[in-house]
Design a protein around this ligand. Structure first.
Ligand code: URA
Length: 433
């Protein structure tokens, strides 16, 4: 294989064979292809696209470029869930115990937050003592015993994607459907679950701003997952405003606990039931959505889902008493209420700006090594479509630094737009594949 020939082939609009893609990804992972040639290939793919066979071949080649997690030590069907990321997305914390309480095994690897989006590991570390740095043996044993575990990534999963993603990031080649789908799915396939439920976000706080792009990405990823022999479902869901009300680590954990008590925000609860239903279906625990939803509702109403969160926190070294007594979590020094500057219907909330407010307060990471402040963030009191009078409460801010608070509030007020005319509430679930 000459990389020059492959670049020219793709540049001229021809398809690459599975063998060519395999060889190219193996050589690139080993450092035998320089970044400048791979950049040219990425740009050729960006303009010429990839067909279904090429996209599947690229995904499989990247998935196999490093270690593949072997979950066979865990009995039964293992289901994974992946969100393309957003603001206020605390789904894994409520959903995984909910699903495990229905008898479905969840063996999940999660990451930390970067930029304006939060990460599950940071949120879980709000429980004093909680560790995601557990051994594989601990992970397998815990899933077998209590049905749920979340660990940080230790294995070198899909290293080709890691290299390629960094390259795409600096060569304006991220936003190509085949490249995104293969990047996400290579990591999911390498993580080893039997079934995958994808939550593809769309809107101002999401990677895919346009709904039709989110649908196309979801379709592509489902096709790849099923093609690789994993039962795969996708929901396309709204991220044009934060999910639920809380944004910020401890605040989001408290909201997840409220949701497991049956007292969570309507949109967040609905998303957990919708995704959870697909996880139950994928694991063969229910015949249809309504049966699955009943099982999940019952797990919450009976308190079994909340008990499962306690077990989960305890099993990973955390203090489970915080689940029963969330008032023990540290509270920020300044609690500041932001009132509406106008009267009218809330027409829009620029979602990523709300994530940036939490970042400014210290709740997120600017770089991989930044320290985060778990207690800061904000709780939205009014969301899109609501009618507010001037002076009505819009949000409550939790801060430990006055200057940061002022800066975040200024930014927050610019993220809201108002209308004199009624505004339709955004549909949470835009579609399913
Ligand atoms: N997330 C990924 O993991 N890969 C992409 O290409 C885009 C988003």
């Amino acid at each position: 294989m000459r990389m020059y020939d492959l670049i020219m082939k793709k540049r001229n609009g021809f398809s690459l064979s599975k063998e060519e893609i395999d060889e190219m990804i193996q050589a690139y992972t080993k450092g035998e292809i320089p970044d400048y040639q791979m950049s040219a290939m990425m740009m050729a793919i960006y303009f010429r696209g990839m067909n279904e066979e090429e996209t599947l071949a690229l995904t499989m080649a990247m998935a196999h470029s490093g270690e593949m997690m072997d979950l066979s030590a865990i009995q039964g069907v293992k289901v994974d869930k992946h969100s393309t990321g957003g603001v206020g997305d605390k789904t894994s914390i409520a959903l995984t115990p909910m699903v495990a309480a229905c008898g479905v095994k969840v063996a999940k690897m999660s990451g930390r937050g970067l930029g304006h989006t939060g990460g599950t590991i940071d949120k879980l570390e709000s429980f004093p003592g909680f560790s995601t740095g557990i051994s594989e043996e601990h992970f397998f044993r815990q899933v077998n015993e209590i049905g749920v575990s979340i660990m940080g990534q230790t294995l070198d999963l899909a290293p080709a994607d890691k290299k390629l993603y960094a390259l795409r990031d600096v060569t304006a080649t991220v936003d190509n459907m085949s490249l995104i789908a293969s990047s996400i799915m290579s990591k999911k396939l390498a993580s080893g679950a039997d079934a995958i439920v994808l939550d593809v976000k769309t809107g101002s706080g999401a990677f895919m701003k346009q709904e039709e792009d989110a649908f196309a990405l979801a379709k592509e990823m489902v096709r790849i997952g099923n093609g690789a022999g994993r039962k795969t479902y996708a929901l396309i869901t709204d991220m044009d405003q934060p999910l639920g009300n809380a944004v910020g680590n401890i605040l989001e954990v408290k909201e997840a606990i409220d949701t497991l008590r049956g007292e969570g925000p309507e949109d967040f609860t609905e998303l957990c039931f919708a995704l959870g239903s697909k996880m139950l279906l994928a694991a063969g625990k229910a015949e249809n959505d309504s049966e699955a939803r009943k099982l999940l509702q019952e797990a919450v109403a009976s308190g079994r889902a909340l008990d499962k969160l306690k077990e989960f926190v305890h099993a990973q070294g955390g203090d489970e008493n915080y689940v029963s007594h969330p008032e023990q979590f540290p509270v920020a020094k300044y609690i500041y209420q932001v009132s509406s500057p106008e009267e009218g219907y809330i027409a829009g909330i620029t979602c990523d700006e709300i994530g940036i407010c939490s970042l400014i307060l210290g709740g997120g990471r600017e770089t991989k090594d930044s320290e985060i402040d778990l207690s800061v963030g904000l709780v939205l009191e009014q969301k899109k479509g609501a009618y507010v009078k001037k002076g009505d409460l819009l949000a409550t801010f939790h801060a430990n630094d006055e200057q940061k608070l002022q800066c975040a509030v200024e930014r927050f007020l610019k993220a809201y737009t108002f209308s004199k005319e009624p505004v339709e509430k955004e549909k949470l679930i835009k579609g399913m594949i």
